[in-house]
Design a protein around this ligand. Structure first.
Ligand code: NDP
Length: 284
């Protein structure tokens, strides 16, 4: 004789643009599979409205939220505290409500490392990472904290690339160098893990050519891409042809979602349910 309950627990993502963000489908699939009366809303928030939007989370008792472009940095000033890793990255992609406090976490890099650990231990590995934006900062910090031996940042703009290399070198003590990306990049023979953390290949730019000397790929390398939509990118196609182990952006998306889900609900979701929901929407 349970009393009727029409009130659900609320979670969401704030972004602009946000319509193509697929997180809702995997989260709601996982809530349903766990028998939780929770919802995940996809909400367009303009930068000038972020402060009111965070106030709305507080007022309406949201249990958690994700932040995507362009809010990951700006949101920090409106929160009651952030984790050490989020502070190191200077970015928050996940808000967790604890009592009356809104706390900031960054699950992007942890989600990536979780995916990587499914195929190799990052400890002692030589890593080449393309990109130096928000995703690259998160992945760089977490792979360094996971024990990477050496990280090479390859980026188009010098300013962002040098800043990330300096941050990793100073804060994590992992030897990190920056190389400016000009023309097709050639990988050294001893590279273990190659990571695309740029937005090259993201919908609608699905035919984007990845500037890499593909002949330098070796079959013992692990090649991963952050692009979730579409999950099969030019880089991953070429890597598969070269016999490399590949990891697509859906793995990172699912794993960062798993961590957020656990932080919000205290329940372990089934990653397979989440991945299947994404594969269905992307027609994989
Ligand atoms: P940012 O805008 O912060 O950074 C973009 C990066 O891509 C910069 O390093 C930029 O270089 C580089 N870049 C963009 N276009 C080109 C190009 N044509 N040639 C060379 N370099 C280029 O974005 P984010 O870091 O926030 O996001 C990057 C990607 O990561 C997005 O596609 C996003 O969808 C994905 N992502 C995936 C997640 C997942 O769970 N799978 C989670 C988070 C992000 P420069 O400095 O020169 O501008």
């Amino acid at each position: 004789n349970q009393p009727l309950n029409f009130k659900q627990e609320l979670t969401c993502v704030f972004g602009q643009p946000v319509a193509e963000n697929p997180t809702q489908c995997m989260m709601e699939a996982a809530y349903n599979a766990c028998g939780l009366e929770w919802r995940y809303l996809t909400i367009e928030v303009a930068p000038e409205n972020l402060v009111q939007a965070v106030g709305g989370l507080r007022a309406m008792g949201f249990r958690g939220a994700n932040l995507t472009i362009p809010h990951k940095v700006e949101v920090i000033q409106y929160l009651d505290g952030i984790s050490d890793a989020a502070a190191m990255m200077g970015a928050v992609n996940c808000i967790v409500r604890k009592d009356h406090q809104l706390l900031g976490e960054n699950t992007d890099g942890k989600g990536f490392v979780q995916s990587l650990k499914e195929v190799t231990d990052p400890s002692g590995k030589k890593i080449v990472m393309f990109g130096a934006g928000g995703a690259a900062r998160a992945i760089g910090v977490e792979t360094a904290l996971a024990g990477a031996a050496e990280i090479t940042i390859v980026n188009r703009s010098t300013e962002r690339g040098e800043a990330l290399a300096q941050l990793l070198q100073e804060k994590t003590r992992v030897p990190t160098t920056f190389t400016k990306w000009e023309g097709d990049y050639t990988l050294a023979d001893d590279v273990d893990v190659v990571i695309n953390a740029t937005s090259i290949g993201l919908f609608p730019d699905v035919d984007a050519v990845f500037p890499l000397d593909f002949a330098s790929l070796k079959s013992n390398m692990i090649v991963s891409d952050v692009i979730p939509n579409p999950p099969e990118t030019h880089l991953l196609r070429e890597a598969a042809k070269a016999g490399c182990t590949t990891l697509d952006g859906l793995g990172m998306l699912v794993n960062q979602g798993v961590i957020g889900f656990q932080l919000w609900t205290g329940v372990d979701p089934d990653p397979q349910v989440m991945r299947a929901a994404l594969e269905e929407v992307f027609g994989v």
